[in-house]
Ligand binder design. Structure first.
Ligand code: AGP
Length: 614
């Protein structure tokens, strides 16, 4: 996600902004920029693709004089990473500049209206539309910047944390927040702004966290004022920061991986934003819409990926074949590219990659492209190499995933695949309206159900303590939960270094059951669904051989509770969405076992976040 910093006071703003942006580098970004002004009203702004060091190099000895300023690190959502799309963005008349973290969902319709009124845009971003809207409202209504921002935001749909600066009024910054975080630091006679407290904490421990739909003005002369978007006055609650800097960077969590596990209610919501509306029976992946006919008429869809993304692809196969009745094959990219596969123009290839830089996946789609296949992508990093290699695609909008072990990216990938399968099924008419309706409403409820599953963290920690010293583990699942078993095993082995294998539950009797003894914990997904009874008998087979069973069950399940050694309950959901919920306890169990084994959870040995080599 993007990083925001700001300053207004007596000190020179430049050093505070640059240092603040560097504090936010951990959030991941692809470009950065600053705007600075002062009593001479000489607003200047600089922005560059690449790291903050590139921005500093570009600024060189250009003027950075001024005691008010804003700064931004961009994690691209709309428009690739380049100088033009970097923030800040300016109004048409150059008097206003704005930085933004979030997504303006209705930016296209706002942009069309503004273009009719003569506004010209320099970038592909949704953010630039917002500053032109504020400029238009300020002029038309002849109001203050604060009021123009407030009125404009009542027309905006989406998530935002914004800071706006006016060249002609270099004493104040206007801020607003909805869904994306924004913090104000209260100095002696100055104010600091940050997406979180990391750029602020070295100057002051006194902060105000803006709440959703709050808008604030900070100025040297008049101090801090906060209102709700509906104009109701808010009295600021000043909190004193207790956390240390390195803990702050992880949002108060001990590791990025745990922070990212707990971000999943929000990242899944962000992933669905603007793509589903159950009330209206709407489900669509904008970026892939133009290829819908091609997909519906395709011979087959070949999903290509590696690691966790391959597991997401396997869920995708079950979803698309089950709901849209389109033939799907899932291929390990590294195998596909070397086995002289049969590929033709009628094939759709779907690459899944969090980083968008995995060498095997990139090579595999280049091979498929050279043979005339249509290449689609599901990536998390906007403008990544794989995303640029595809004909079209959908971003997962999960924000930067810092922990090497993929967690929020996996559930976001499965969410996008669920949206794709439902959208194709709707177009193809392979799903009854009532079932589509039921599934869309259920999908919209998933973020809050994920939040409920996260409440089992303490139980997962207790169970992890019992099994943290085992040498082997088995993961079992059937149907939609078979990929969850694979993913659970991968999570455990890659961060705790315990050998673990995932298997279809029915396969156990074809060999793995020979491994079962009292030393072997068996993690079983036994949620309610078509194969529930069969999984229960698999559990009994394990118990009959003194194996230990830790089972993920649907809330209220009594049968498995009698048979298993431990159960972790998740809310009831449709079998199609069980992979999203059932994966969470496996993420938590692996995390806690790895921590208890004093492993480096965020950077496990021998692993890289993105395998850009073959
Ligand atoms: C998963 O936890 C691992 N980090 C790894 O398997 C990863 O999923 C794989 O390398 C694929 O990466 P990608 O999604 O960035 O292509």
């Amino acid at each position: 996600m993007c990083g925001i910093v700001g300053y207004v006071g007596e000190k020179q703003a430049y050093d505070i902004l640059i240092k603040g942006l560097k504090r936010l580098e951990y959030r991941g970004y692809d470009s950065s920029g600053i705007a600075i002004s002062g009593d001479e009203k000489d607003l200047k702004f600089y922005k560059r693709k690449g790291k903050v060091a590139k921005l500093e190099e570009f600024i060189g000895d250009r003027s950075t004089k001024g005691t008010i300023g804003i700064g931004h690190t961009r994690w691209a959502t709309h428009g690739p990473a380049n100088d033009e799309n970097a923030h800040p963005h300016a109004s048409g008349d150059g008097n206003l500049v704005l930085i933004h973290n979030g997504i303006i969902e209705n930016y296209a319709s706002l942009k069309k209206e503004l273009e009719k009124r003569g506004h010209k845009f320099l970038s592909d971003t949704d953010t630039e539309v917002l500053i032109h809207l504020i400029e238009e409202v300020k002029k038309q209504e002849n109001v203050s910047l604060f009021e123009a921002v407030r009125l404009s935001l009542t027309e905006v749909v989406g998530a935002y944390a914004i800071v706006v600066m006016d060249k002609n009024n270099p004493d104040e910054l206007v801020l607003a927040k909805k869904s994306s975080p924004l913090v104000i630091g209260i100095g002696d006679n100055d104010f600091y702004v940050g997406s979180d407290a990391t750029p602020i904490i070295e100057y002051t421990k006194n902060v105000v966290y803006l709440e959703d739909e709050e808008i604030a003005i900070i100025s040297k002369k008049n101090g801090l004022k906060i209102k709700k978007l509906n104009n109701q006055d808010i009295s600021p609650t000043i909190q004193e920061l207790q956390m240390k800097l390195d803990v702050l960077e992880k949002g108060g969590y001990p590791h990025f991986m745990l922070k990212e596990i707990f971000e999943q209610p929000k990242t899944i919501l962000d992933c669905m934003r603007g793509r589903v509306n159950a009330q209206k029976g709407f489900v669509s992946l904008g970026g892939i819409e133009d290829y819908a006919t091609k997909i519906l008429n395709a011979n087959r869809i070949i999903i290509i990926a590696c690691g966790t993304s391959w597991h997401a692809g396997l869920v995708g196969e079950y979803l698309i074949e089950d709901l849209a009745r389109i033939n799907v094959e899932v291929e390990y990219a590294s195998e596909f590219r070397y086995r002289n596969p049969i590929i033709n123009e009628n094939d759709i290839v779907l690459a899944i990659s969090q980083s968008g830089e995995t060498a095997d996946t990139l090579a595999a789609i280049k091979l498929a492209k050279s043979k005339g296949a249509t290449i689609l992508g599901i990536c998390n990093v906007v403008g990544s190499t794989i995303s640029r290699e595809t004909h079209a695609g959908a971003y997962t909008h999960a924000g930067p995933e810092i922990g090497v072990a993929s967690t929020k990216a996996f559930t976001a990938q499965v969410t996008v695949l669920s949206l794709l399968a439902l959208s194709l099924a709707q177009k193809k008419g392979t799903i009854e309206k009532s079932k589509l309706n039921r599934l869309l409403f259920e999908l919209e409820s998933i973020p809050e159900k994920v939040a409920e599953v996260l409440k089992s963290d303490d139980l997962c920690k207790e169970i992890a303590a019992i099994y943290k010293d085992v040498n082997n583990a088995l993961y079992l699942g059937r149907g939609y939960s078979f990929p969850v078993a694979l993913e659970g095993a991968l999570k455990l082995k890659e961060i705790s270094y315990i050998h673990a294998e995932g298997y279809p539950a029915a396969e156990m009797k074809h060999g793995p059951i020979a491994l079962i003894d009292e030393e072997m914990p068996v993690f079983v997904v036994a949620t309610k669904g078509p194969s529930y009874e069969k999984v229960v008998s698999n559990i009994q087979e394990v118990k009959a051989r003194k194996g230990k069973v830790i089972s993920i069950v649907t809330k209220g399940d009594e049968d498995v509770k009698k048979a298993a050694d431990h159960v972790i309950e998740i809310p009831h959901t449709e079998e199609q969405f069980a992979p999203i919920l059932a994966t969470i306890p496996f993420q938590l169990l692996s995390y806690h076992m790895a921590v208890m084994r004093e492993c480096n959870v965020d950077q496990p040995r021998n692993l890289a976040k993105s395998v850009t080599v073959e």
